[in-house]
Design a protein around this ligand. Structure first.
Ligand SMILES: Nc1ncnc2c1ncn2[C@@H]1O[C@H](COP(=O)(O)OP(=O)(O)OP(=O)(O)O)[C@@H](O)[C@H]1O
Length: 238
């Protein structure tokens, strides 16, 4: 399958994982190289978020391994994976009502290319709102803060879990533009989990579709986008 040909960033090999005794993911294997962008698709409850959590070390591993930048991290705790460059924007946006937009960004900042100035350049709306408190922001602005905050940690990979969820169409368009710029200009490895499959495919190079915890389709995003019937069969609500 097509990849950007950069060095290997993330590799999952026959991963089985879940919560406690219960196994949600079975036999998951794929590799992402530097700069690869992946749409992770599938119906509700098939294991997409669980797969992101597994990369981050937040699930119970029942088999297989996770490699990050060439090193086996299967048993590495989550905070170390974050320090090593795994960035995560969870589905819940976790705003602090008593912090301003700018404080949300500066409290987590780590040295690197991404600083407040660069983040404001990507999200001009956040610069306008820099002194607003977390509880004075719209859902779309909160999602922008959530992404901006992850960037302030200067990650090498960004995991976005349903970034468009619950947002008004006009905000979705704005956010989509920002994520597209991020993907195209930063060269970062990005995984987007989305219910809006076509939107995610339009942003990414590669696609993986999960069903009941297993990979049922892998191709380029373009190929899946071009086969509307197949896409609907794979991801449409049954
Ligand atoms: N903390 C948890 N403990 C136990 N089971 C869980 C937990 N979180 C999720 N599950 C189960 O794991 C399975 C996969 O859920 P997951 O949230 O990964 O799916 P998803 O594809 O991300 O769905 P959605 O689009 O609804 O977020 C589901 O059966 C769900 O009930």
């Amino acid at each position: 399958m097509k990849s950007n040909g950069g060095k290997e960033m993330l590799a999952l090999d026959n991963v089985r994982a879940g919560y406690g005794e219960s196994v949600v993911l079975e036999d998951i294997s794929f590799t992402l190289n530097e700069g690869d962008t992946l749409a992770l698709l599938g119906r509700n409850g098939v294991g997409k978020s669980t797969l992101l959590l597994t990369m981050l070390g937040l699930t119970q591993m029942h088999g297989g391994s996770v490699r990050w930048q060439g090193a086996d991290v299967t048993r590495m705790p989550t905070f170390r994976r974050a320090q090593e460059g795994m960035g995560w924007v969870p589905q819940e946006r976790h705003m602090y009502p008593s912090l301003t937009v700018e404080e949300h960004l500066t409290v987590v900042a780590r040295p690197g290319e991404w600083d407040v100035k660069k983040v404001y350049n990507l999200f001009p709306r956040l610069e306008e709102r820099r002194n607003n408190m977390g509880n004075q922001l719209s859902g779309g602005e909160q999602q922008m803060v959530a992404i901006a905050r992850a960037l302030m940690l200067n990650p090498k990979m960004l995991l976005l879990d349903e970034p468009m969820e619950g947002l008004a169409p006009i905000i979705v368009q704005e956010l989509l533009g920002v994520i597209r710029r991020l993907v195209e200009e930063s060269g970062m490895t990005v995984i987007v989990v989305e219910q809006h499959a076509r939107m995610a495919l339009g942003l990414t190079d590669r696609a993986i579709v999960l069903d009941r915890g297993q990979i049922v389709h892998q191709s380029s995003s373009q190929e899946l986008l071009a086969d509307g019937d197949k896409l609907d069969r794979l991801v449409a609500v049954a």
